[in-house]
Design a protein around this ligand. Structure first.
Ligand SMILES: [Cu+2]
Length: 118
């Protein structure tokens, strides 16, 4: 009985670690920042899956958690992302994460949403 339980636990741990490995091996989700807009505006990712923003505008932008001001701090804001530069992020908790660009927070197109599922 004890032996069986050990095997069960080992199997469970293997399954859990396999789940984590799947998120790690998923390709990154890419968001382009173009003409003062996040494209696509809404992205769906799995827990731990990488998101990469690429700025293709001459103006620098940020990827900041929240909806206004300096943000809500759910992740440390990106610095200003220059033309041709990227910002990478992984979110480890399921949920809905609105984000915006600090310098252009009054432009509707400079807001986006990340939906993280388990
Ligand atoms: Cu911006």
């Amino acid at each position: 009985m004890r032996r069986k339980r050990g095997a069960l636990l080992a199997g469970l741990l293997l399954w859990l670690s396999a789940g984590a490995a799947v998120a790690d091996t998923l390709p990154p989700v890419r968001v382009v920042i173009h003409d003062h807009a996040f494209v696509p505006r809404v992205v769906d990712v799995k827990t731990g899956q990488e998101i990469i923003w690429l700025n293709t505008d001459q103006d620098p932008h940020t990827v900041t958690s929240g909806t206004h001001d300096t943000g809500d701090g759910r992740w440390p804001s990106s610095p200003l992302i220059a033309d041709g530069q990227t910002f990478k992020l992984r979110l480890n908790r399921p949920g809905t994460y609105p984000y915006f660009c600090k310098p252009h927070q009054f432009e509707a197109s400079m807001h986006g949403t990340i939906v993280v599922s388990p």
